[in-house]
Design a protein around this ligand. Structure first.
Ligand code: GSN
Length: 220
């Protein structure tokens, strides 16, 4: 049997969390190697990180860096990347939009308290006026269960992840988006996703002050 992928990152969400989500959804078991100090990261940089950056995933004999490259490889390998070029273009387009929104939520915990207040208003507005209406419209237009080709893809996994991320910060974010609410319920009921959502999985918790401190200590 092939070796399990090994994920090299800190013990927190950051840019690795979507990779965890994708593997978990595909039903792929993975190992994690966490670094906790600047020195441990430095060692990795000097040995295996092509651009001296994480996330890094050891998979199928490769040491892959660059989040998108990793996501695309896993999506392709596990049939979560559409069935032709056009479907892939749509999946990439949706995925990039979701990542733009995700980036705002990833950065949010690192802001000062005053900045956070303003940023939360910005995130609320952009979510409710740009991103959620866009995906509600996609689902409405084709009337299917998933974003592309009536089949689960990378874009669905990311949309589901970002919905949960937004709801952690803005409780009523999905109100007024009935198709996204139904999408969320459908996704939650996929057995591999259900398992990842359950306590004890490799899913990482919402970033707290301790996480922020750890990241600042290691990376800065
Ligand atoms: O998407 C990617 O994987 C890259 N385009 C960016 C990765 C990145 O910025 N990694 C940072 C940590 S922030 N999130 O994981 C990193 O490894 N910084 C160390 C450094 O010296 O640049």
């Amino acid at each position: 049997m092939a070796n399990k992928p090994i994920l090299h990152y800190v013990n927190g969400r950051g840019r690795m969390e979507t990779i965890r989500w994708l593997l978990a959804t595909a039903g792929v078991e993975f190992e994690e190697k966490f670094f906790e100090t600047k020195e441990q990261l430095q060692k990795l940089k000097e040995s295996v990180l092509l651009f001296q950056q994480v996330p890094m995933v050891e998979i199928d004999g490769m040491k892959l860096v660059q989040t998108r490259a990793i996501l695309h490889y896993i999506a392709e390998k596990y049939n979560l990347f559409g069935k032709d070029m056009k479907e892939r273009a749509l999946i990439n387009m949706y995925s990039e939009g979701i990542m733009d929104l995700m980036e705002l939520l990833i950065v949010y915990p690192f802001l000062q308290e005053e900045e956070q207040k303003k940023k939360l208003t910005d995130i609320t507005n952009i979510t409710k006026e740009r991103y959620f209406p866009a995906f509600e419209k996609v689902l409405k237009t084709h009337g299917q269960n998933f974003l592309v080709g009536n089949q689960l893809s990378l874009a669905d996994v990311q949309l589901f992840e970002v919905i949960l991320m937004v709801e952690e910060r803005i409780l009523s974010a999905l109100s007024g988006f009935p198709l996204l609410q139904a999408f969320k319920t459908r996704m939650s009921n996929i057995p591999t996703i259900k398992k990842f959502l359950a306590p004890g999985s490799q899913r990482k918790p919402i970033p707290d002050a301790k996480y922020v401190e750890m990241i600042l200590k290691i990376f800065y």
